[in-house]
Design a protein around this ligand. Structure first.
Ligand SMILES: [Zn+2]
Length: 265
């Protein structure tokens, strides 16, 4: 497990950021990371690992290893006791089951992966094929962005991205494709996962209408950063509105200049 420690510690740090930001009430949010090939060769797998059936088949993930936060786990607990709240699972060679390789937690003996595991695996399967460098998924509940998705005007993807890019230059520089807005679907449903995969073709950060955000990136920290910069923009927007004026925002010419200078199309 020593070789996975830096990834586990990074997930724990990001879990803390989510909690400190106020985006992770109770047990909301989940994080997963594809860590295939990162396990040191000396790691001894439990002789009788727990094997559970998946409702879908994930043949393209056969043999893959994932770190996933546990179901019902609070992000603040993931931060404080990561090895009791993060599991290492392996998809079986048939792709229709997973084995829990770690932990055998005395604290939570029946710890299971996040209830959103199927959605995470569906998205990981897509990422492995189409965006292989993006190995981490972070889902969380940033209030400012959820609030914007309650507005029929702001939840229109083109309008929302123009607005957020206009609040400060770094938003366009760092989130060049903007937010992908996913229309409301039931939490944890296959439909939500499918709609997310469609939106991930053009984006790395999604806004699930009236629910939260999902970001994909090479690391948990980078996934957090994508959401954080967008929340910063939303926060500036709300501060202006609370102060009683509509923000001017960067002009089209200023945004175009940024695109050219930072080579964005
Ligand atoms: Zn959620």
């Amino acid at each position: 497990m020593e070789s996975l420690k830096p990834t586990i510690e990074e997930i724990a740090s990001v879990a803390n950021y989510l909690w400190q930001k106020g985006w992770a009430e109770r047990n909301s949010g989940n994080i997963s990371a594809r860590v295939t090939g990162m396990l040191s060769s000396g790691f001894q797998i439990s002789a009788s690992p727990d094997v559970s059936l998946l409702q879908e088949s994930f043949s393209r993930l056969a043999g893959d290893l994932f770190l996933v936060t546990g179901t019902g786990c609070r992000m603040r607990d993931v931060y404080q006791e990561p090895e009791d709240h993060i599991l290492l699972i392996r998809i079986t060679t048939e792709g229709d089951r997973y084995e829990i390789l770690f932990p055998v937690s005395e604290k939570i003996p029946d710890l299971q992966p996040t209830s959103e595991l199927i959605s995470h695996l569906m998205i990981h399967q897509y990422l492995k094929e189409h965006k292989p460098a993006r190995k981490v998924i972070v889902h969380t509940h940033p209030s400012e962005l959820i609030a914007l998705s309650h507005s029929p005007v702001y939840k229109e993807e083109r309008v929302l991205n123009r607005l957020l890019w206009g609040m400060l230059p770094e938003t366009l520089i760092l989130v060049r494709e903007g937010l992908g807005v996913v229309p409301y679907r039931t939490t944890g449903s296959i439909e939500l996962a499918r709609a997310s995969i469609r939106a991930l073709r053009d984006h790395d950060v999604l806004l699930w209408e009236k629910h939260g955000c999902l970001a994909v990136a090479p690391s948990a920290t980078e996934a957090f950063d994508l959401i954080d910069i967008l929340v910063k923009s939303a926060d500036i927007l709300f501060k202006c509105l609370h102060a009683g004026y509509t923000p001017e925002g960067l002009t089209d010419d200023q945004l175009d200049e940024l695109r050219q200078r930072f080579n964005h199309t």
